[in-house]
Design a protein around this ligand. Structure first.
Ligand code: SF4
Ligand code: SF4
Length: 437
């Protein structure tokens, strides 16, 4: 089968060998769990518990704050200790519900909305909404909203984004290897919501065992197939993946649904399966703790709200990291405080050593055009960055700066180590703010 791909992109050091063969390890949190009311795109959730309340594992503690929002559930049993502002991995302060874990893990009784065979598409979407499922690949867009496009009959493909192109990350890979049925059933449920859709598992070809496993599992399923995609960063970016799988193109002002596609990441589809079939809310995810500074890189099954420090304490450090990144080195962001909670979108903690970071000192542009060659959006990053440095918003917009997907390829390839992505990202943020106003 031909491998799908896109123009541009890079082949960074993968770093996946550090953790890819480590089976998922379950960790039980100690002490308090912290639940930010904003861990998704859209309106913050509204707390429905008070300080002193006893809560159970799986009990709703915050209601969705609007149509584009998601409820939040306690992932342990215990007592609501406070509702206060806490710092998140992004550095932002956010209202959080703090639950003191009693370490008994007493659960509410989970039950599906209806027997699966009796469920309509609307019932399935309602179950996903009620469970607080959001895009767990990093975007945090509420999945029920994604499953509710204006014209559901025009959706041709539901794509399971199994590429995991971000260096170092192996959480999706471990899910695929250890719980393939969970993912496949999640995809089947998502496909069943759209009358004319078929499902595609898009898997990078550096995961041949996952490709073989899903080919075997889907060989008798008519409307689901496996599409190997070329191992190249950012293959898993939504626009690149849609192009690689279907040949269809979208720009920054379009949604995947405008091209007849719905794209969901691995953990998200597993959460969809649990929500619809078991009535279980989103309470856990797989997080990779990795990097050359980590003693035992691991993939953890984490109860959302667990402190990052607890995970790193378990994995251990063999040297002081020069840089700790929430996520991977391409799309993640540096964090300076480990006392922050894991959220629905927390995929990894990457601890880099001094040597890796030392190579990143910027110098003057040498006009080599390598940033142009690798840009998957076919932009001219050098000129965009120049426009930002001269505060020339018009030139930035005229050169389609808003089409940047912030993949980081230009910064990665630049021999002068210019902070191209950071500059472009900053200007995009300003422009997006203006659009909102
Ligand atoms: S300009 Fe944007 S899309 Fe192009 S390589 Fe740089 S970060 Fe990626
Ligand atoms: S890759 Fe760096 S040095 Fe080369 S043209 Fe782009 S900005 Fe300039």
């Amino acid at each position: 089968m031909a491998r799908g791909t896109f123009t541009g992109g890079i082949h960074p050091y993968e770093g996946k060998e550090l953790s890819k063969d480590k089976p998922i390890k379950i960790v039980f949190p100690k002490g308090e769990l912290v639940y930010p009311v904003s861990q998704h795109i859209g309106a913050p959730a509204k707390p429905i518990v008070a300080v002193g309340d006893h809560v159970l594992t799986g009990q709703k503690i915050a209601e969705a704050g609007g149509f584009v929002s998601a409820p939040i559930y306690s992932t342990v049993s215990g007592t609501v200790k406070s509702i206060e502002k806490r710092r998140l991995a992004t550095g932002a302060m956010c209202d959080c519900i703090i639950v003191e874990n009693d370490e008994k893990y007493e659960e509410v009784e989970f039950k599906p909305l209806k027997p699966y065979e009796e469920m309509t598409a609307e019932d399935k979407i309602a179950a996903v909404r009620e469970a607080g499922v959001v895009g767990m690949g990093g975007a945090g867009f509420p999945t029920a909203v994604k499953f509710s496009p204006k014209e559901p009959d025009k959706i041709d493909y539901v794509i399971a984004n199994c590429s995991e192109c971000e260096p170092y990350l192996t959480s999706d890979y471990r899910r695929m290897i250890e719980e393939p049925e969970l993912l496949l059933e999640g995809l089947q449920i998502a496909v069943s919501i759209f009358p004319n859709a078929r499902g595609i598992l898009a898997i990078e070809d550096n995961k041949p065992d996952a490709i073989a496993k899903f080919k075997e599992l889907t060989k008798d399923i008519d409307n689901i197939s496996v599409k190997p995609v070329k191992t190249k960063y950012p293959e898993g970016a939504e626009r690149m993946l849609i192009y690689a799988v279907t040949g269809r193109e979208i720009n920054s002002s379009m949604l995947p649904a405008d091209a007849g596609c719905i794209v969901d990441n691995v953990d998200t589809l597993c959460a969809v399966r649990r929500a619809v079939m078991e009535g279980r809310p989103l309470m856990e995810r797989i997080v990779t703790i990795t990097g050359e500074a980590v003693e035992n890189p691991q993939n953890y099954k984490v109860r959302i709200g667990t402190n990052y420090r607890e995970l790193l304490d378990d994995a251990g450090l063999k040297c002081e990291p020069a840089k700790i990144i929430s996520g991977g080195p391409m799309m993640g962001f540096a964090i300076f405080d480990l006392d922050v909670p894991t959220t629905k979108t927390a995929s990894a903690l990457t601890c880099l050593t001094k040597d890796e970071v030392a190579a990143l000192e910027p110098s003057a542009c040498i006009n080599c055009a390598r940033c142009v060659e690798v840009c998957p959006e076919r932009l001219v990053p050098k000129n965009l960055a120049d426009a930002v440095e001269h505060n020339n918003e018009k030139a930035f917009l005229d050169m389609y700066g808003m089409e940047c997907c912030e993949c980081g390829c230009c910064s990665y390839i630049c021999p002068a180590r210019r902070q191209l992505t950071q500059l472009i990202k900053g200007m995009r943020k300003i422009q997006l703010g203006k659009r909102k106003k």
